[in-house]
Write a protein that binds this ligand. Structure first.
Ligand code: GTP
Ligand code: MG
Length: 346
């Protein structure tokens, strides 16, 4: 039987830790055997924008905690997801780190970081690099329908960490194209631990288990880092923020998804209701007007969509109060970025 079935979550204090598994039976009541190796570690999920990193992580955690969008550059900050995996040999705790998409992994790119340290884009690149440095191993996620072998060779030059290649979106290519793609990567097989083709939007248990087993087997021998009940160390308010941003990415076009952000003002948890008060932050007044729409129609629709997304995460009713505010230049100013939660950690 797979170690974890569909897991549900409940939320505790929104200001501290976030999501916990409802049932601890899967982890605390499992039979303890002396011969099992306990392995735990941090796995950064790296890839180009839109490769399907966040989709894959939502599937592994079995809850829509990470923002997914068909528009590229959706993830802005690292987010941690804790996934247990156990079989007859290994008892493991895998801490996945979702990262913003990287477009280039070259020297030029890192020079760019030092020249202009102030924009949101540079913050995002920095977050991905930081995750690359901090982890025990990487998942390199690439879309099978993209010709990204050059990107992979750049990655090899930068990253000395053990890694697994996930060839995602195999539903988008024909069989012979997939084989050709696999052959390209196989030329580098001395560098990677495994190459796993899959379709993250329809992840099968078999694929999931083989991916988790490959990862778990490569992690250091180490006790679990976190309590087994914890599913993420990301703050609850940050997860609601991503749910509201996901609604913006879904409903709004042009530059608005990229030049807006969400500030969570308050989160109040009750037994059956979560009340969230949040602001959508835009760069310009014209964007604010577009978010509000004629007679408030757009903000109403946005609010409804965002509320449903928050309810899917919280597993209870959500009352969401949403306003729009302009903060000029928020995405280009270090101080304002830090106030919005995008503070660089060196
Ligand atoms: N057809 C297909 N689409 C997929 C698959 N995996 C992800 N997608 C879609 O690809 C798009 C991007 O997915 P994300 O998970 O947001 O990609 P990401 O790598 O996290 O993107 P960034 O956060 O922008 O770096 C979404 O529309 C997903 O639904 C897949 O296996 N097949
Ligand atoms: Mg993402």
């Amino acid at each position: 039987m797979p170690f974890f079935e569909k897991r549900t979550f409940y939320c505790n204090n929104s200001e501290t830790f976030t999501f916990q598994r409802k049932s601890l039976q899967q982890t605390t009541n499992r039979p303890q055997t002396d011969h099992k190796q306990t392995r735990s570690g941090f796995v950064s999920v790296i890839g180009k924008p839109n490769a399907g990193k966040s989709t894959l992580l939502n599937q592994l955690i079995q809850s829509p905690l990470a923002l997914v969008s068909q528009k590229a550059n959706a993830t802005r900050k690292r987010m941690d997801f804790i996934v247990p995996f156990e079989n007859e040999r290994i008892d493991s705790q895998i801490i996945f780190i979702d990262t913003p998409g990287l477009s280039l992994i070259t020297e030029k790119d890192s020079n760019l970081q030092t020249k202009s340290r102030h924009t949101l884009n540079q913050y995002m690149t920095h977050e991905a690099y930081r995750a690359l440095g901090d982890c025990d191993m990487c998942l390199f996620v690439v879309a099978a329908n993209a010709n990204d072998i050059v990107f992979y060779t750049e990655f090899l030059r930068k990253c000395t960490k053990p890694h697994i290649i996930v060839l995602n979106k195999i539903d988008k290519v024909q069989h012979h194209q997939l084989l050709a793609c696999i052959r390209q990567y196989q030329k580098f097989q001395q560098h990677y631990l495994a190459l796993i083709p899959l379709c993250a939007i329809k992840l099968q248990t078999r694929q999931k288990d083989s991916l988790l087993l490959e990862i778990a087997s490569a992690l250091p021998i180490h006790p679990h880092f976190y309590d087994d009940s914890l599913a993420s160390t990301t703050l609850l308010r940050d997860i609601y923020k991503e749910a509201i941003r996901e609604a913006i990415f879904e409903r709004m076009n042009d530059e608005i998804p990229y030049q807006s952000d969400v500030r969570i003002l308050t989160v109040t948890e009750k037994a059956r209701l979560v009340s969230i008060s949040a602001q959508i932050i835009t760069e310009k007044d014209s964007q604010k007007s577009m978010c509000i729409g004629k007679n408030g129609a757009t903000i109403k629709a946005l609010g409804k969509l965002a509320r449903i997304k928050c309810e899917n995460i919280a597993n209870k009713k959500v009352f969401l109060s949403l306003q729009v505010q302009t903060v000029r230049g928020w995405s280009k100013d270090t101080k304002k970025l830090a106030q919005m939660g995008y503070r660089r950690i060196e």
